[in-house]
Design a protein around this ligand. Structure first.
Ligand SMILES: O=C(O)COP(=O)(O)O
Ligand SMILES: [Mg+2]
Length: 241
């Protein structure tokens, strides 16, 4: 891929780009499915196919477990969910990158942006330790410093609250007025809106609602569209401000 071929030489790039992780940078559904099913098996519940689990991801571990239990009509109280979360996290931490891989074009695009001085961060509802572990295992840490990886448990708020994104930008020393959020779900588009920054959604992520219906500034079908799309949405956003 050559992202530079599709971007005019004079184009303005953002100061900072904040990425969602699951369903945006990384196709993590296979290992999340494995961990969910291993956890359900401790309750003698049948596995849920990956196609269904994909649409349950995006609001953190607890929500994923709640949705998995709902699929079996097995509601659970808060203490039970705490215990089950610990089982899930233990299993997932041991299998975080067995089958999970960056989506096509991600590595080349992060390299391209990083080489041009664009600051890159990750704002995910995944627990911070697991997010850091996954990013390191897939060798994405060369583009995203650990301090700029904020998880669902890093603050007292998380996406769709815009403060989760703002804190990630602050960790990078970035300029919020020249920041773009890239995600895959309603949590991402709502958090971006709450933070007052433009949002680009990928069309290949995990949202049960199609990305184009979530009212983002733009939708991309492949990461090689990202550089030109970043410039376009940033210019449009600044013209309106
Ligand atoms: O629900 C999750 O674990 C993750 O989420 P993300 O899409 O915010 O990275
Ligand atoms: Mg996501």
């Amino acid at each position: 891929m050559s992202s530079c071929e599709i971007l005019p030489f004079s184009a303005t790039l953002p100061d900072t780009v904040i990425f969602d992780l699951d369903g945006t940078l990384v196709d993590s559904a296979p290992d999340l499915t494995g961990a969910l099913n291993a956890t359900l098996a401790t309750l003698s519940l049948a596995p849920i196919p990956e196609d269904e689990v994909r649409h349950m991801v995006g609001q953190g571990v607890r929500k994923l477990l709640e949705r998995g239990l709902e699929a079996h009509a097995r509601p659970m109280n808060s203490a039970g969910l705490d215990a089950l979360s610990a089982v899930f996290v233990d299993y997932y931490a041991a299998h975080v990158a067995d089958h999970s891989r960056p989506f096509p074009g991600v590595v080349a695009t992060l390299r391209w942006l990083s080489a041009r001085g664009v600051k890159l961060g990750v704002c995910t509802n995944k627990p911070e330790a697991l997010a850091r572990q996954l990013i390191a295992a897939l060798d994405l840490g060369q583009f995203i410093p650990p301090l700029a990886i904020l998880g669902g448990d890093s603050l007292t708020v998380k996406k769709p609250d815009g403060r989760h994104i703002i804190a990630t930008v602050e960790a990078l020393g970035g300029d919020l007025d020249r920041t773009v959020m890239v995600g895959d779900s309603a949590a991402d588009s709502n958090a971006g809106r709450d933070a007052g920054i433009p949002v680009i959604l990928v069309s290949f992520g995990y949202t049960p609602i199609p990305a184009r219906e979530l009212d983002p500034e733009a939708v991309i079908d492949h990461f090689n569209e990202l550089p030109a799309t970043l410039t376009r949405v940033l210019d449009r956003h600044r013209a309106r401000a």
